[in-house]
Design a protein around this ligand. Sequence first.
Ligand SMILES: *Cc1c(COP(=O)(O)O)cnc(C)c1O
Length: 393
Amino acid sequence: MSFNINDKGYYGDFGGAYIPEMLYPNVEELRQNYLKIMAEPSFKEEFDQLLKDYVGRPSPLYFAKRLSEKYNTKIYLKREDLNHTGAHKVNNTIGQILMAQRLGKTRIIAETGAGQHGVATATVCALMGMECIVYMGEIDIARQAPNVARMKMLGAEVRPALSGSRTLKDATNEAIRDWINNPVDTHYIIGSVVGPHPYPDMVARFQAVVSEEIKWQLKDKEGREKPDHVIACVGGGSNAAGAFYHYLDDTDVNLIAVEAAGKGIHSGESAATSVLGKEGIIHGSKTLLMQTHDGQITEPYSISAGLDYPGVGPMHAHLYKTGRAEFISITDDQAMTAGLELSQLEGIIPAIESSHAFAVFDHKKFNPDDVVVINLSGRGDKDLQNYIDYFKL
Ligand SMILES: *Cc1c(COP(=O)(O)O)cnc(C)c1O
């Protein structure tokens, strides 16, 4: 069995491109060209150079001594939090803006919920001097003022989505409408391993640099490329896809995906898609998503804005269904406690998304000589107010 994508754009039963006909030419242009462009030496060279000099890669693989002592196992942290802009998302936006340039595009659109992907997109547009329009729900604009300010400072235009619940899915609808109206000059940068084929595969390939580095870094430190476990939080699934990518077919490497259980899996306020989701179509791909029995998408909830998504990408739906990856759900409370613990044991304040991954140690026991790699997807600066309110600091 393969855990990678097939030539029709499916991971097992999941994936594909379920899109309105008007969008077909845009998506098809990308599908026909993305692998060819990514294979060009000049593309690789520019991508690698920017990841090195602009993003600051390779990100360190850090042996977390005190955390390891506490849980009696060998824990390494992949430090995506040290990237420029503070998370893994920039790996993807760098890749996609280079792709857009090769396709002759001059205008970039994106949608954003919490604003993190909007900031990562506005950043690379400034870097390349490209026009940038970020669609964002009116409610989210009010809730995420610092990220709105960042995008504006970087020269992006933030356009409010005024329809529906005025959150992420409405912003997505606006972005799709824009793309349909501007097929020739515009590229749509999607922020996770979601959307119609080829997006999930393209984004996974850009994020795959994470596990590519883990392999040689672990070889240096432990004398072997493969850890026993790789752990990552899952919203749409891009940081997990990057951390898992080069281990997908190494079934002796245990993959652990951590979802947000919010206030509890069955509380009605959760984002635990693997447990609660059913097959359906969201953002142009067939995957697992949280829905009512008549197929309406359920509003997700998590204390962490980045995990607050009603689906998972098709790769993760396949990893779940086949049992290749173990899925765990972590509540708000468990994640916040784990975030505080990492801060005080290692001097590293994680993004609340990443804190979910660290809560795995209270959930699951590892052997003393197991090598466990956790993808520390982002830093906690953006979440400070949340931590302050929660712990009454
Ligand atoms: C956006 C975000 C996530 C969730 O997105 P994925 O596509 O699942 O990786 C996780 N961690 C951080 C720090 C984020 O900013």
